[in-house]
Design a protein around this ligand. Structure first.
Ligand code: SF4
Ligand code: SF4
Length: 114
């Protein structure tokens, strides 16, 4: 990894040379609308699940794009698949399908000993 001149907490290190992008690639291939997400946060602000539990669609998006499947698996269970986020998305992204695809495929890409 490139030396930026400061240290990082080992457990939170995301090495983009090593990260596992297979789940992200699968999701983007089946649901290409997700490629145009502009991270506006509209989905996060209107999420029904976030009113009830600690859940953040933006964080889910970040975990997926970083290949952090262990954290993503527990986070994704909190979505109720109500589809409210899709009603406000300015890019018309089918977020419910994105979440369904993650739920369906995440076990394939999760590290075996986690
Ligand atoms: S509302 Fe749509 S464009 Fe905005 S962050 Fe959510 S998915 Fe991305
Ligand atoms: S489908 Fe999931 S992410 Fe979207 S508003 Fe409903 S609970 Fe939140």
């Amino acid at each position: 990894m490139k030396d930026f001149g400061f240290s990082v907490i080992k457990q939170r290190t995301i090495d983009y040379d090593q990260f596992d992008g297979r789940l992200l690639n699968e999701v983007l291939e089946i649901e290409p609308s997700f490629k145009v997400c502009l991270s506006c946060g509209g989905c996060t602000a209107t999420c029904s699940a976030a009113d009830l539990v600690s859940f953040n669609v933006r964080r889910m998006n970040l975990l997926l794009r970083r290949g952090e499947t262990v954290e993503l698996e527990s986070e994704i269970q909190k979505c109720m698949l109500c589809g409210k986020c899709m009603l406000v998305c300015p890019r018309g992204i089918n977020l419910r399908n994105v979440i369904m695809l993650i739920k369906k495929s995440i076990l394939k890409y999760k590290p075996v000993n986690s």
